[in-house]
Design a protein around this ligand. Structure first.
Ligand SMILES: [Fe+2]
Length: 336
């Protein structure tokens, strides 16, 4: 029998190590996702913790410009969230790439974004095993100098990831340490290559995913990348639509490449956008498919790029290597 949202939040808050002495802050938007707010509060209380709901009138990142967020409300949210130990973000768009996230986690708070439908939350719940493989992937990235990706379709791209300060995102879907951010559910590792270093060609194939458009690529798209920016988008209908999307922002930053990494969660399925109503999904299942190569565009808080324009693009059938170590071969994870 499917579990209730409240029961799922109880499991999740246990994974997060929530203590009865702690307070959970829930950031929401007026009238949106109220069942998630109620479930998070009920679960925190069931574990003996305190719960505070912080509701802004609107914080969403729209899919197309213009983008607006009320600075006064953000300041008040930060003040409230700063008094909490674990902040649960149930806003529609998520405060993923925003300054709000950086300031909450920078103060040592745990922050968890939740957006997927309940059965996706249940089926892809994180675990200690997943946590371990994600950390192993992060160790590989940290030790490496060059990330390279190739595919039979013609993808051939490299990026500089050298040095101990490389920003690495480990996502196993729960927040069990101070200052940690995650998105429930997740199962991937990614890094932000040194800005301006990615170069080569990315060739999208039908079946690759465009997030948050929540659909599959329909025809081949060939993207030329120079000095970290997309300089050409060639192909058919999807190439035209991608160019239209990038151009709509009238901002050179949206053409930048952002994070790159690979999926690690065997339970996550490529078919999810066809099995579910894709507009009810946030795309975590596609981001997490085992053996994907996922890259992204636009926002990058490590390069002071806060544009809300951001595509995550998981690709199948790629080979990903860190220096001379192959971590994904032809779209399949290479066992350690
Ligand atoms: Fe992303």
């Amino acid at each position: 029998m499917p579990r209730t949202l409240r029961e799922l939040f109880v499991d999740q808050l246990r994974l997060c190590g929530l203590q009865a002495s702690e307070t959970v802050g829930v950031i929401s938007e007026l009238g949106q996702k109220t069942e998630y707010v109620d479930a998070a509060v009920a679960a925190a209380r069931a574990l003996g913790a305190g719960a505070l709901v912080l509701t802004a009138s609107s914080l969403s990142s729209p899919m197309l410009p213009p983008y607006t967020a009320d600075g006064r409300e953000v300041a008040a949210l930060l003040a409230g969230a700063g008094e909490c130990d674990l902040v649960i973000d149930v806003t529609v768009g998520g405060l993923i790439h925003s300054d709000v996230r950086t300031r909450i986690t920078g103060a040592g708070k745990r922050m968890l974004f939740v957006a997927e439908p309940p059965d996706v939350l249940e089926r892809l719940m994180g675990s200690a095993d997943l946590r371990r493989v994600v950390e192993q992937g992060g160790d590989r990235l940290r030790a490496g100098s060059t990330l390279s990706v190739t595919s039979a379709a013609g993808t051939d791209l490299v990026a500089d990831i050298a040095g101990p300060d490389l920003p690495i995102t480990h996502q196993w879907g729960y927040v069990d340490e101070p200052g940690r951010w995650d998105h429930w559910p997740s199962g991937f590792v990614a890094c932000f290559p040194h800005d301006g270093t990615a170069a080569g060609t990315l060739v999208l194939q039908p079946g690759d995913a465009l997030i948050p458009w929540q659909r599959y690529v329909r025809d081949e798209v060939r993207l030329t990348v120079e000095k970290g920016f997309i300089t050409e988008v060639d192909g058919g209908a999807d190439a035209m639509l991608l160019r239209d999307y990038f151009e709509s922002w009238d901002d050179p930053e949206v053409w930048a490449l952002s994070h790159m990494g690979w999926g690690l969660l065997p339970a996550a399925r490529w078919s999810a956008f066809d099995v579910y109503d894709p507009r009810t999904l946030y795309g975590q299942e596609l981001r997490s498919t085992a053996g994907n190569f996922m890259w992204s565009t636009g926002s990058n808080r490590f390069a002071d790029r806060e544009t809300p324009a951001h595509l995550d693009i998981p690709m199948h059938g790629c080979t990903v290597s860190i220096d001379d170590v192959t971590v994904v071969r032809d779209g399949h994870l290479v066992e350690e």
